[in-house]
Design a protein around this ligand. Structure first.
Ligand code: HEM
Length: 294
């Protein structure tokens, strides 16, 4: 006890403060509790369905759970991206976490497919137009932190790029613009326009900041990355860019194309084409795939 007292005294003296004042404060402070610390009541107040369908709340909550997992993912990605030196052991640990979170999203996605009533979803979704998961900015943050813009452009987009493209040029041809930009008519869907209005400028700003400093750029600092690290990076690339998109696409097919009816999605994209990894060709660490020959 005397030891702790001495340490507390030393801590506040080092700050030029009187330790007694802080000790007196401690005497008055209320003990922390679970509900305040975790902000349970705030969290549970964030579900505001727009219809009377009970399953709409599941839809909202599962999207919120996903956004929290994306935040956890970004929390790890940012630490790797912001640290100057690439320390393999740290990368392997953090990528292990990123893969675990992404696996949880893949493994739980059947909450969306089998965990809602088909008939109800297909009615309440009409009230959600033009909102779409497409407008998840955290999904785009993960992409921008992981890789350069050139790796987020598919073969068709690359053909359209001008010679020596600027960041703004790259941005115009990112694969995800195709969800709402009709290149023949020049028209953009309201879903895309809303998203661009809110996030285009900050996303382009972020792309400038991250230019040459993404995870893909950083791991290349290692002259001979270990097999363990390469494996973890490839695993993440596969989980985020192939496996999650596939469970997501299969869920869209379940609701929107069960009987070959190809319904319009809330975001208005040509979703069957757009959501397929073969169309998107999103790859975070392309040099590793070339090496692996897969
Ligand atoms: C019943 C469940 C779901 C269906 C039917 C569905 C359907 C779709 C469709 C059709 C699109 C293409 C854009 C559009 O036209 O709207 C899309 C995009 C997207 N959705 Fe979902 N979605 C579902 C659940 C979710 C959930 C739970 C999330 C989690 C946040 C999510 C995140 C996304 C993302 C990030 C995109 C953009 C994907 C990309 O650009 O590669 N979706 N969704």
């Amino acid at each position: 006890m005397a030891d702790i007292h001495d340490k507390i005294t030393a801590k506040y003296e080092a700050l030029g403060e009187k330790p007694e004042t802080y000790l007196k404060g401690l005497l008055q402070a209320k003990p922390i509790n679970y509900w305040d610390y975790i902000e349970v009541e705030t969290l549970l107040s964030l579900q505001r369905p727009r219809t009377d369908f009970k399953d709409e709340e599941i839809f909202i909550m599962y999207h919120q759970v996903t956004e929290l997992f994306l935040k956890m993912l970004l929390h790890e990605v940012k630490q790797l991206q912001e640290t100057e030196e690439v320390v393999e052991a740290v990368w392997i640990e953090k990528l292990g976490r990123m893969n675990r979170y992404t696996n949880m999203l893949i493994g739980s996605f059947d909450i969306m497919k089998d965990g809602m009533r088909y008939e109800d979803y297909n009615v309440f979704r009409d009230a959600l137009t033009p909102a779409s998961g497409f407008q998840s900015v955290q999904f785009r943050y993960v992409e921008l932190h992981c890789t350069g813009l050139a790796n987020l452009i598919n073969t068709e987009g690359k053909k359209r790029l001008p010679h020596d493209p600027s960041i703004a040029d790259y941005f115009e041809h990112l694969y995800w613009k195709d969800a709402g930009h009709n290149r023949k008519t020049g028209k953009k869907t309201l879903t895309l326009r809303q998203f661009e209005e809110k996030y285009e400028a900050p996303l382009i700003g972020l792309a400038h900041t991250l230019n040459g400093k993404t995870l893909n750029d950083k791991f290349k600092q290692l002259k001979a990355p270990s097999a363990a690290l390469r494996e973890k990076l490839l695993e993440f690339d596969r989980l985020y860019n192939v496996d999650w998109p596939m469970v997501h696409l299969n869920t869209a097919k379940h609701y929107l194309d069960k009987k070959g009816e190809n319904k319009t999605a809330t975001g208005g994209s040509e979703w069957k084409k757009y959501l397929h990894p073969k169309f998107q060709q999103r790859t975070f660490f392309p040099s590793l795939w070339e090496e692996s020959g897969e």
